[in-house]
Write a protein that binds this ligand. Structure first.
Ligand SMILES: *Cc1c(COP(=O)(O)O)cnc(C)c1O
Length: 392
């Protein structure tokens, strides 16, 4: 059986037809950048997320860059972010001449460790940028407390977490600014690049809208320097087709995650890494198992990725090769943490070592998870995993 990591062509036929009709509508409208489709999409996102302002932009990376620009962050400023994340988190900070200060993640949920954040705050810290990695909220409460204590804004990198709830409210809406991505592999994926910024602050929203069009409110009058961060009308229109199906898609992913979990625990090869939880939500008790499941420290998870860990030198890579031979798609998110990237080697702030980020880079593996994945396919993946883990 061939099980792809992700198959974007497995679309519901009614959605496929709607996307086709939408393409025709935009084609005939003659409006290809910003405009009515974008405004409508922004209102629908604001309503879905429960936030005052939603500003659709060119990509998730640009959303992060714009958030930092809107807060006037630049040379001499430090921004705290995780090392174990997609490159854009740290890259956006460095692009503005500011210094990314990389901190370690919590071993249970792969998200920022609030204690490590507290230890990294200096007089130069200008913002904290948590990431809601793989679709699970970071431990926001202690981060919000820290930020309030030090008068720092929080920019949420919610690129992988549109619709994830934290204490009953969407992630991305807790900090000063929230950023999302519609890269095709995200839970709400465009048919190209696109992103979104949200805020409940009127002045910030105004500034962000101007930043999107080279810092102008009135054509050819530039009050500050922005960029071309515009979204295509086509992407906004296509995303409007998909948005109403998003909650159902999240629910399917969660069902798949439960199925993986039950099958792998049932086979006796997997456990949760609860002994290592630093989020205070679970008791610390030792577990040993060849495969560690993604632990939900938070009650809600939209499973943009289902990332397991296979501890032991070379074990993850051996398992990945085995799965590849069985025609099962997997991916490593992320094989090199940001503090070890060549482009950040010059940073005075680069830490010597971040043990958990380095551990995840060595032992984590993403398994297939997407709404249209079939139960038989998950069973096949679990059978192959079990066969490998029991044979070694
Ligand atoms: C995808 C992603 C981004 C960047 O989004 P793009 O739309 O691809 O630019 C930023 N941060 C994280 C954590 C992501 O997963």
């Amino acid at each position: 059986m061939i099980v792809p990591l992700l198959d974007l062509t497995r679309l519901d036929s009614s959605v496929r037809d709607q996307l086709g009709a939408t393409f025709q509508r935009v084609l005939h409208s003659g409006q290809y950048i910003l405009g009515a489709e974008v405004t409508a999409f922004e209102s629908e996102c604001a309503a879905y997320l429960g936030v005052k302002h939603a500003i659709a932009v060119s990509s998730g990376s640009d959303a992060l860059l714009m958030a930092l620009m809107a807060l006037d962050i630049g040379p001499g400023d430090e921004v705290i972010c995780p090392s174990y994340t997609f490159f854009a988190t740290g890259g956006s900070i460095a692009r503005l001449g500011a210094t990314p200060v990389f901190v370690d993640s919590a071993p249970c949920c792969y998200n920022l460790d609030p204690t490590a954040v507290a230890a990294a705050i200096t007089p130069r810290t200008r913002a904290i940028m948590p990431v809601h990695l793989f679709g699970q909220s970071a431990d926001l409460r202690p981060l919000l407390d820290l930020a309030a204590q030090h008068g720092l804004p929080i920019i949420e990198d919610a690129a992988q977490a549109i619709g994830t709830q934290y204490e009953g409210r969407a992630v991305g809406t807790w900090g000063q600014i929230g950023c999302y991505s519609f890269f095709p592999t995200k839970n709400l994926g465009a048919l190209g690049d696109a992103g979104l910024i949200v805020t409940s602050d009127d002045a910030l929203a105004d500034r962000l809208r101007m930043l999107r069009v080279h810092g102008s409110r009135q054509k050819y009058l530039h009050e500050f320097i922005g960029g071309n961060f515009r979204i295509d009308a086509l992407q906004a229109a296509l995303l409007r087709v998909k948005l109403p199906h998003l909650e159902q898609a999240h629910a399917r992913r969660a069902t798949h995650a439960r199925h993986y979990t039950e099958r792998l625990i049932g086979a006796g090869v997997a456990a949760y890494p609860v002994e290592a939880c630093v989020c205070r939500h679970v008791p610390r008790e030792a577990v040993t198992a060849p495969l560690l499941l993604p632990y939900s420290c938070q009650p809600h998870h939209i499973y943009n990725q289902f990332v397991v860990r296979i501890p032991g030198a070379g074990r993850r890579d051996a398992m990945r090769s085995f799965l590849t031979a069985q025609q099962i798609g997997t991916e490593i998110y992320y094989p090199r943490p940001l503090h070890q990237q060549p482009c950040f080697a010059h940073l005075p702030s680069a830490p010597q070592s971040l043990p958990w980020a380095e551990t995840f880079a060595e032992d984590s593996l993403a398994l297939p998870i997407f709404p249209e994945l079939r139960i038989e396919e998950i069973d096949y993946v679990c059978d192959q995993l079990t066969a490998f883990l029991q044979s070694a």
